[in-house]
Design a protein around this ligand. Structure first.
Ligand code: NDP
Length: 254
């Protein structure tokens, strides 16, 4: 058994067409997995597929609106239809609406929760029977530093990301006997479209991130590649229910 070899494994990365999702997809592809990119934007996904194919991976695009439970179920069916199996599910698709908590509509609150938490749960539910039938699988849920800390302008986002950690622990304990490991990754501040928007909307954010991150820099999507490979590979077969920060020390400093 090769500890970090993903040859013959099939992965799907929700929101895998850019940012952190594509960084993790690149890691999985380089380790030998076939990778399906599941997202809404077809043009962006086709560019991502070309990048993954250039790494030698078999790549596919599967249309997904993770906020729609029927779309989550259809996505898992489409991956299994295309590749015949599903070994690795990365629940990465996510979004935020930034405003003071007293100003959210219920619809805005639900939009964030549906995308970041309910969507991830429904994808897990849909993947479970397929993985169980295969004799096991790996689920990687993307949390955040806001799984741990609060954010004054991010009440639904931080609620969804706190929920991701508790959901991860619950599924890990439920599915350990099916040989399905379920873990979460908690990225620190990573330079992506999402955080570029935040930098535009929140005055002084760039300076605060640099001052508050012990590594003294923003992360880049490829900083997540290695952790994705570890959590997808036989190397992590006895690791389940964990929430691993990949944050340049952000969560460790007082
Ligand atoms: P990006 O905005 O770059 O990527 C988000 C991805 O999610 C896009 O590929 C988008 O694709 C997809 N997505 C959004 N909504 C949906 C939807 N309804 N259905 C399907 N796909 C969707 O953000 P990041 O790469 O920064 O974020 C990725 C994950 O990492 C998120 O869960 C985020 O919360 C988390 N995170 C990010 C941090 C950071 O510093 N950047 C820190 C901590 C956590 P499309 O539009 O094509 O659907």
């Amino acid at each position: 058994m090769k500890l970090f070899d993903l040859t013959g494994r099939v992965a799907v990365v929700t929101g895998g067409n850019g940012g952190i999702g594509l960084g993790m997809a690149r890691g999985l592809a380089a380790a030998g997995a076939a990778v399906a990119v599941a997202a809404r934007n077809r043009a962006k996904s086709e560019a991502a597929m070309a990048e993954l194919a250039a790494l030698g991976a078999e790549a596919a695009f599967v249309a997904l609106d993770v906020a729609d439970p029927a779309s989550c179920r259809a996505m898992v069916e489409a991956v299994v239809g295309r590749f015949g199996r599903l070994d690795i599910l990365v629940n990465n698709a996510g979004m935020s609406i930034r405003k003071p908590p007293e100003t959210y509509t219920v619809e805005e609150w639900q939009a964030v929760l549906n995308t970041n938490l309910t969507g991830a749960f429904v994808c897990c539910q849909a993947a479970h029977p397929v993985m169980k039938r295969n004799g096991g699988g790996k689920i990687i849920n993307i949390g955040s530093m806001m799984s741990v800390f609060g954010g004054a302008y991010a009440a639904p986002y931080s609620s969804s990301k706190g929920g991701i950690v508790q959901m991860t622990k619950s599924l890990a304990t439920a599915w350990a006997r099916d040989n399905i490991q379920v873990n979460a990754v908690l990225p620190g501040w990573i330079d992506t479209e999402l955080t570029r928007d935040a930098r535009d909307q929140v005055a002084g954010l760039n300076e605060r991130v640099l001052a508050r991150t012990p590594a003294g820099r923003w992360g880049v999507p490829d900083d997540l590649s290695g952790t994705a490979v570890f959590l997808a590979a036989p190397a992590s077969d006895f690791v389940t229910g964990a929430a691993i920060p990949v944050d340049g020390g952000y969560a460790s400093e007082f």
